[in-house]
Design a protein around this ligand. Structure first.
Ligand SMILES: [Fe+2]
Length: 164
């Protein structure tokens, strides 16, 4: 006869609850803003127009891929410390600090200006996380630092298309 006994094991978090909540406070906005960039970056990817179309079109897919990767990195840091993340569509729409994109087709200069504005808004959240997590949790601060460094590079790659 089959053994139908079920064993439930609960493993308590090893993390101080105050540390976990502090990390969630500063990384959750980063998750939300990066998730907004995933959506808005695709919108820009589809609608950009101009003489260097293909380069910018493909670069915007890199920006989206990076945003997805970093949203996952920040979200999983919060969850690893035992707390949930709310990055539902409605929550992202309500809470993101990224500005609204212009609807429809867009020339390269305008597209890049608008996506750089998205990145600049996210960098405010990320740099706040870098500063505030310094005394809360170095491993989580490291996550924010990695994201800040990557966003700076994507900002450069985008802006170089229209810089003198
Ligand atoms: Fe595509």
């Amino acid at each position: 006869m089959a053994d139908t006994t079920t064993t439930t094991t609960t493993i308590q978090s090893s993390v101080d609850p105050d540390v976990a909540s502090g990390v969630a406070q500063f990384l959750a906005p980063v998750v939300i803003d990066l998730t907004a960039l995933v959506v808005n970056g695709k919108q820009a990817h589809w609608h950009v127009r101009g003489s260097s179309f293909i380069g910018v079109h493909e670069l915007l897919d890199d920006v989206v891929a990076h945003a997805q990767e970093w949203a996952d990195l920040a979200a999983e840091r919060i969850v690893a410390l035992g707390l949930p993340v709310d990055a539902r569509l409605s929550t992202v729409a309500a809470k993101t600090t990224t500005p609204e994109l212009t609807a429809g087709f867009s020339q390269i200069g305008n597209t890049i200006a608008e996506v750089v504005a998205q990145i600049d808004a996210i960098l405010v959240s990320v740099n706040t996380a870098v500063a505030e997590l310094d005394e809360i949790d170095p491993s989580s601060q490291d996550v924010a630092i990695e994201i800040a460094r990557g966003l700076d590079k994507d900002r450069w790659f985008l802006s170089a298309h229209v810089s003198a």
